[in-house]
Structure formats: C-alpha cells, structure tokens
Ligand binder design. Structure first.
Ligand code: 48F
Length: 260
C-alpha cells in the first residue's frame, strides 16, 4: 500500500539534499536556454560541479518555439558538430542548412546534460549576485513565482567560482551587476553595449566571439553575450547558441583548472 506521507518525505528529503549539495559549487548557470544547457553539459562531462537555475517551469528557453511557433529550427554546419556530440539527428535541407524538430532537440539537450551530471533547478530565479573582493562569487536566488508575483520574501544565497549569464536577450545578471554595483565590464564601452537588429550570419559569429568573461567571475553566453557585448540577432538558427555554450564551458574549465 502506498503511503502518502512517505511520498511527501521522499520528495522533501531528495530535494533538500539536491539543494544543500549545490550551495557551494564550481559554476552557477542562470537561464535554461540552449547556451546554458550546453555549457552545463560540457562542465558536468569534464567533472565540474555545475547547477543551472531557470525561473520558469520548463527548461529550454526560446528553443521550444522554433521560428514563430513553427516548431523546427535550423542548424548550420558548425553547429551540427555539437549536435553530433549529443547524438541528435538532423535532416539536411540544402547544403549548409539542417533542420531539427525543436521539441526533440530541446528534450535531447536536457536529457544529455542531466545524464552528464548537471543539476537543473527549474522554478528558481536569480535575483542578485554575491560580490567578494570585486568578483562575482555566487547568486541570490528566490522562487520564480515569488519574483513574478513581486512578493516581499527574502531570498537565499549560494556560492560558485563562476556565474554564467545565459538569460538570453535581457542579460539579467550583467544588467543587475551594472545597475547595483556600477562596475565596468570587459566590453567596447565598459557597459552594456546592446543587441543589434537581424543579420543572421554576423549574429551567429558574434554570439561565439562575444562569449567571454565580462567581469571577474561572470561569463556571458548566447543572446546575453550579444546583448552585453553588442551583436546582431539571428532568429531561429541555433548553431551559435550551441557553440557559445561550449565555448563558455571550455573557458571556465581553463579557469577552474587554475583554481580561480
Ligand atoms: O533566451 P534563451 O533561450 O537563451 P539563449 O541560450 O538562447 C537564445 C535563443 O533561444 C533565441 C535566439 C536564437 O537565435 O535568439 O532567443 O541565449 O533562454 C534564457 C532563459 O533564461 C531564463 C529564461 O526564463 C529563459 O528560459 N531566465 C531569464 N532571467 C532569469 C532566468 C533569471 N533571473 N533567473 C533564472 N532564469
């Protein structure tokens, strides 16, 4: 006979352990879009302790919706190399252009990242960062629903050696850091340069180029990298997002190996 109280205790004990195990880690990823998930996959696969915090119920960000709700996305040749590593099947549309069902792609990325060892927290929003000796050193977190309802409830705090801003167009982590700390970022203006209009080819290249440490302890990836460092948007072609997540992980791994 199933006991309802045992079911409740199992969930509470399991979640409590997961949360306490992730309060002091190598990398805290903010945002569960494609660049954040891919970064988490490579970090976990390399043996580093990474957790991803997503404020919404579902992980996947802008990936589920394809282009204007047509639930397919396009991947170019360079991006396909990452999908091959994830063993995601693509269909050749014409030379240099592959299509993938966006639901299958999102689910596959999440599955691979989880199985590699990335801990994923949905329904938790980052609301602020921790600063130690002029370095981003962790996150101030709260329930996503609390932020949406704007309730006055104090947050909890976790520590990490690096934070990755993978929050997409709003670049929320970098925005908070500039607004509250008035710091200069490693960008052409020292501030948030801002996202440009559509130019897919340049935008894809810039997404990867702009993926970098913009302040000690803070990396940016995906559309957040273009919003912070200045880059064109590219719409529903996703290779740049995947390659950006991979680059962010590789750069952070270099720092973690040097014991930042
Ligand atoms: O925007 P998003 O999918 O991130 P991305 O990896 O990918 C961009 C593409 O989807 C698309 C595009 C491709 O051509 O341009 O836009 O850059 O996902 C960002 C995720 O971050 C979450 C948000 O809900 C979304 O799922 N997020 C945003 N702010 C917070 C957050 C926050 N404060 N705390 C936690 N999650």
């Amino acid at each position: 006979m199933l006991n309802e109280v045992t079911i409740s205790k199992a969930i509470i004990d399991s979640y409590y352990k997961k949360l306490t195990d992730n309060l002091d880690i190598d990398v805290a990823i903010v945002g569960g879009g494609p660049s954040g998930i891919v970064a988490g996959y490579y970090l976990a696969k390399a043996g580093f302790k990474a957790a991803l915090f997503e404020r919404k119920l579902s992980i996947g960000g802008g990936l589920w919706g394809g282009g204007m709700m047509f639930n397919d996305v396009v991947i170019q040749e360079e991006g396909k190399t990452v999908l091959d590593e994830f063993e995601v099947k693509t269909k050749l549309y014409e030379p240099g252009y592959y299509t993938v069902d966006s639901v299958y792609l999102t689910a596959s990325l999440i599955k691979s990242a989880s199985e590699a060892g990335l801990t994923i927290f949905n329904l938790i929003a980052m609301e602020d960062v921790v600063i130690k000796s002029d370095r981003v050193a962790g996150l101030v977190i709260n329930w996503g629903a609390v932020k949406t309802l704007d309730w006055h409830i104090d947050p909890l705090t976790m520590h990490s050696k690096y934070v990755l801003d993978a929050t997409g167009h709003p670049a929320y982590v970098a925005e908070v850091l500039i607004r509250k700390m008035g710091v200069k970022l490693n960008t052409s203006t020292g501030g948030m340069v801002g996202e440009k209009s559509m130019e897919a080819d340049t935008g894809e290249r810039q997404t990867v180029e702009n993926t970098r440490e913009v302040y000690p302890g803070l990396f940016v990836s995906g559309m957040a990298a273009n919003a912070v460092c200045g880059g064109y948007r590219m719409g529903p072609v996703f290779g740049g997002m995947l390659l950006s997540g991979k680059k962010a992980a590789e750069e952070m791994i270099k720092g973690l190996k040097k014991n930042v």
